[in-house]
Ligand binder design. Structure first.
Ligand code: FE2
Length: 231
């Protein structure tokens, strides 16, 4: 659990104030859930099909799956706690505000990892005559230009995500650097391809050689999944 929060500025301070205790058990939440609440809960997906992927050790992947599962658990926990606070008339409290702020971090930590794992495990190259290939040519002047830019984004100093987004207002493809899960995502854009460049995604296998990890990532992209996200 400690690792889950180690990249989040200020959270340890938050824990020190006691607000974190809302996340870890203080609220008296009824164990009897309504059907509606059960429906809202998220279930961690199984990505064990990725084990054995070239360039990714079993240890690294299993650690990454565990980290992802933590985000799912905490997303559910936060939804439950915030729901309970609403029922108890506590929406005007600082505790509610802090947990609501935190919700974006946990939710996106869950969802971004799902996009990431789902766009991995492919074996083939991008279909040159396909929709995504044509769009990359239109918006970047060719696949190679796009790849060069996303690799540049992925090797920027700092932890975060390199994301190919599609702007739903005009269909344009744009690479973005996303520093933290809950900050900086472009409004109205859909993720097409997600690259995790938090240290946990590569350091076990590659140490500081992030560029080598990104090469391995590119060799394992599931292009069909990525292309299926293009509108
Ligand atoms: Fe990750």
């Amino acid at each position: 659990m400690k690792n889950l929060y180690s990249n989040r500025r200020g959270f340890l301070t938050l824990l020190g104030t006691g607000i974190g205790s809302f996340l870890f058990g203080l609220p008296k939440i009824s164990l009897t859930k309504t059907r509606k609440e059960e429906k809202m809960a998220y279930t961690a997906k199984d990505y064990s099909r990725l084990l054995g992927m070239q360039g990714f050790s079993e240890t690294l992947l299993k650690n990454h799956f565990t980290l992802y599962q933590g985000y799912v658990t905490n997303t559910n926990k936060l939804m439950e706690t915030l729901g309970q606070m609403l029922k108890e008339g506590k929406t005007g409290t600082p505790e509610f505000a802090e947990l609501k702020r935190r919700f974006g971090w946990e939710f996106n930590g869950m969802r971004l990892h799902e996009y990431y794992f789902e766009n991995l495990g492919g074996k083939g190259a991008l279909e040159k005559t396909g929709r995504l290939s044509k769009k990359l040519a239109e918006d970047f002047g060719g696949y190679e230009n796009w790849e060069k830019e996303l690799k540049g984004v992925g090797t920027m100093r700092g932890i975060g995500w390199g994301v190919l987004y599609q702007d739903s207002s005009n269909g344009k493809l744009i690479n973005f650097w996303i520093n933290e899960h809950d900050v900086g995502h472009p409004a109205g854009c859909n993720p097409i391809l997600i690259l995790d460049v938090f240290e946990h995604a590569f350091m076990i296998d590659y140490g500081l050689k992030r560029a080598d990890y990104i090469e391995a990532f590119f060799k394992n992209i599931d292009w069909k999944t990525a292309e299926g996200r293009v509108k």
